[in-house]
Design a protein around this ligand. Structure first.
Ligand SMILES: NC(=O)c1ccc[n+]([C@@H]2O[C@H](COP(=O)([O-])OP(=O)(O)OC[C@H]3O[C@@H](n4cnc5c(N)ncnc54)[C@H](OP(=O)(O)O)[C@@H]3O)[C@@H](O)[C@H]2O)c1
Length: 192
């Protein structure tokens, strides 16, 4: 089998804001959904191969938005994107100055053999770049049906490139927690 460039998945929770999807406000997430936090941890931590870990790639502000006691995200290789940081923040496994460079680091030598899935976990620039890339395999979108004020957005999913799929292990029905209604949606790249 020839060399195949590593693909990644994207995981995001978002509410509808005009024609975009709102993902954050004031450096934090506008809603609190335990079910979604559990879903995020489960999806990004679960590996298909023993002795491997998944990697999570995030922007500098998303790293900072994780409370100190919860970072680095356990059992995952934590990769932070920044063009301004010169020193790897404590707890971060790899500091990279672009998404391409992060993927290169994760695809090289012994690291490649230690990594299972790669997940893009925000924020808006990394999501936007990933959503446009042919390397983006699946998008896990927790669609929040209630509205919240947001200052950080991503575009709607391009249905000419991604199609809604079902996964028997994921509850695809509309759910409710603390009066907030949401649905776990999974989109797959139509070319994969
Ligand atoms: N709803 C969700 O699922 C979800 C998920 C994640 C985050 N969020 C929310 O989103 C907000 C944070 O997102 P954000 O978009 O404001 O910030 P962000 O993307 O997390 O961080 C932005 C910074 O990351 C670095 N960066 C991002 N992409 C890069 C790239 N391709 N190459 C090099 N550096 C890159 C840059 O750092 P330098 O300035 O150092 O160069 C940039 O200023 C927060 O409100 C957070 O709570 C929501």
């Amino acid at each position: 089998m020839g060399f195949q460039q590593k693909r990644y998945n994207l995981i995001v929770a978002a509410c509808k804001c005009n024609d975009a999807l709102g993902i954050g406000i004031n450096g934090t997430i506008p809603w609190r959904l335990r079910t979604d936090m559990k879903f995020f941890s489960g999806q990004t931590s679960t590996t298909t191969k023993e002795n491997r870990k998944n990697a999570v790639i995030m922007g500098r502000k998303t790293w900072l938005s994780i409370p100190k006691k919860f970072r680095p995200l356990p059992n995952r290789v934590n990769v932070v994107l920044s063009k301004t940081l010169s020193k790897c923040p404590e707890g971060v496994d790899h500091l990279c100055d672009s998404l391409d460079n992060a993927m290169t680091v994760l695809s090289e030598g012994p690291i490649e053999d230690a990594i299972d899935a790669v997940w893009i976990i925000g924020g808006s620039a990394a999501y936007k770049e990933a959503m446009k890339s042919s390397l983006c395999h699946k998008i896990y979108l927790t669609r929040i049906h209630s509205s919240f004020d947001c200052d950080t957005f991503i575009p709607e999913i391009d249905l000419s490139r991604f199609q809604l799929v079902s996964d028997p292990s994921v509850n695809g029905e509309r759910q409710k927690e603390n009066d907030i209604e949401f649905t776990f949606e999974i989109y797959q790249n139509i070319n994969h």
